[in-house]
Structures are given as structure tokens and as C-alpha cells.
Design a protein around this ligand. Sequence first.
Ligand SMILES: NC(=O)c1ccc[n+]([C@@H]2O[C@H](COP(=O)([O-])OP(=O)(O)OC[C@H]3O[C@@H](n4cnc5c(N)ncnc54)[C@H](OP(=O)(O)O)[C@@H]3O)[C@@H](O)[C@H]2O)c1
Length: 354
Amino acid sequence: MATHAAYDAGTTATEVAAAFADQIKGRNVVVTGISPASIGYTTVMAIAAHGPANLILASRTQAKLDAVTADIRKAHPEVTVHQVSLDLADVNSVRKAAASVAAVVDRVDVLINNAGISTPERLSAKAPNGTEVDGQFLTNHLGVFLWTALLLPLLRTAAASRPARVVNLTSQGHHLSPVRFSDYAFRQGLYNVPADEKPRDGLPPFFVKTIDGYPGFLGYGQSKTANILHATELARRLKASAHPEDSQISVFSVHPGTIETELSRSLDAEGQETIAKTAPKGLWKTQDQGAATTLVAAFDPALKEADVAGGAVVGYLSDCQLRDDMVAEHAKGADKAKRLWTESEKLLQFTVDL
Ligand SMILES: NC(=O)c1ccc[n+]([C@@H]2O[C@H](COP(=O)([O-])OP(=O)(O)OC[C@H]3O[C@@H](n4cnc5c(N)ncnc54)[C@H](OP(=O)(O)O)[C@@H]3O)[C@@H](O)[C@H]2O)c1
């Protein structure tokens, strides 16, 4: 149970940050993807208002990092802000960025994996082991997986004295597609995969529309399913870890709602219209409402993960409440979560110290 049962789709990040101000004060918080007009921007502005010790902004476009840093320094000159250049689609950049975080802080109390892309066009990419993967999977999952693993020592140091958190931004769009372990890059045709990797039955045609054989929404859905499975297996491993402080690191996944941001920048009119229909009763959340669920996941001390050892979903929040009932079957299950972890390590040629 979250602390505030009355929080809902209309609750704002400003309100949540004020309610959990004592959880923000003095903490080191890392947020990825903080560009102006994004959910990340509203997230960091709300956090900055309550005295974090260090606020670390990790994003890929320097001019946007500069603009947001200036906004925070203007509104909250007392806050120490650090910039980290991070391109989640580039493993070398992820490694450098994690080292940059370690150069400015010795602990991370809260890691908010907010950055993400949604694109209708194929972004073909190679994982470090040479396998072709979808660019959305590389950015939204593999990059996040590696980045989180590299920041683990700093989370561990924080957790030795106070509980720490990892929050993965996923989406209700995860319902569109399971992880396609046999075809990460959507090269085999949409349905020519094992039954448990096929897109959901009965999807409206727009969601299965392809450009040059690539279904952008399904690619996004695959990556957002991976965000939930990653969170689930991370939580399980932390609880089973030989490092005693690891059990003090909790992990949650968040669907923020439907919010007008730059995420749909590359969609055509039909795509924009389709996304608009995903907003309940056609109502889009404001930016401030859109960041509220992230802040509950990051700072509400009453939140408890599910018992992932028993195969449950880690703790999925929507409209500021735990809503594991809203998770698709294909994003549930200890076996799938473990499989994704092992496969991600193989693709990245990297073994997580956990
Ligand atoms: N908006 C919605 O309705 C909605 C719904 C469900 C889930 N979400 C999730 O919420 C999160 C935030 O989305 P948003 O709506 O705020 O989107 P947005 O406005 O497009 O912001 C995304 C952020 O991620 C950054 N980013 C993109 N690719 C990156 C990369 N390769 N490396 C590092 N940073 C990168 C962007 O940086 P640049 O600006 O420099 O490209 C930007 O700061 C995403 O994970 C998204 O899947 C959003």
C-alpha cells in the first residue's frame, strides 16, 4: 500500500514531492532523460524544490542539459546539480556516464531510469555480442540494464545506511508485445515467432502497422515489457544477494499515464491520434501529473515490493498506486525475468555483480 490512498491520476508531482520532502532532503538522486518538456524535467524540478544533497542529471543532449541545469539553479540556487552526458544507445557512453557519476558522488540513494524513446522507424543496432537488436530495445532496455548494473556499487553504499531505490519508467504500452527472445529486431515477420513471443491478439491495426517491415509500436512495447522484467529480476537478485545491504534496495516500475511530451515527436497524425485514445476518457495528464507516479515510486517509504521470489511482478505503479493487476501476463513470471537477465548479459557481454 502506498501512503496516500487518495492519490490518483490528478495528483501532481509538486504535491507528492512536498508530501515526501523528508525523503528527498539530503539524498543523492540520479534521473535520466531530463529534457525540457519531458516527464524527466518535471521530475527533477519537483525534487529540486526539497533539498536533495546532489541532483545528477543524465541525458544525451548537452544544450538541453544546460537549459535544465540553468532552470534548477535559478529556482533553487542552493541545490548542487551535476550534469552527466549519457547516450543509452551506446555502451561506451553508458560506461563513461556511470564513471562520471562515481566521480561526483560516493553513493546513489535513488536512481530514476526515466529516459526512453518511441519511434515508428527501424533503428537497427548491434548489441556488443554482434546480435542485431531493435534500437528501441537497445536504448530503452539494454542501455538501462547496463547503466543500472554499473551504478549498483553506489546504490549499495547508500543502502548500507538508508534504504535505496531504483525506478524504471515503463508504459502501459508494454501490453503490445512480449520480449521476442528469438527475434529482437523484428526481422522474422510479426507472427513468425513462438506463441509466447507473438504480439497480443486483436490489436487495432495501427499498432501493428509497419514501415519497411518494422512495427514501431511493437518495438516500443517489447522494450517496455523488458523494463518490467528487468525490475522484477533485479529485485529478486537484490533480495537473494550475498551483500547484506542489497536487501535495502527496492525496485519499482512506473506507468506515468498519457502525457503530452516529446516522446511522440516522430509519430504521424494517425499515430498521435492513436496515442491520444490511450488517455483515459481522452484526458491527457499535465506534465506535473505525469511525474507524480514516479515520485511516489521513488520516495514513498510505505511502498513495498511484491514477493518476487514467488514469481510476482516487482511492484508496478499507475496513477500513484501499486497496480500489479494492470501488468500483462507476458511481463510477469520469474522464468521470463531470469531469462531476460541472462540474455541481456549475453548480448552485452557483461556479467552483473549480483
Ligand atoms: N509521455 C507519455 O505519455 C508516456 C507514457 C508512458 C510511458 N512513458 C515513458 O516515460 C519516459 C519519459 O518519456 P517522455 O514522455 O518524457 O519522453 P520525452 O519527452 O521524449 O523525453 C525522453 C527523454 O529521454 C531522453 N533520451 C532519449 N533517448 C536517449 C538516449 N539514447 N540516451 C539518453 N537519453 C535519451 C531524451 O533526451 P533528448 O531530448 O536529448 O532526446 C529525453 O530527455 C519514457 O521512458 C517513456 O517510455 C511516457
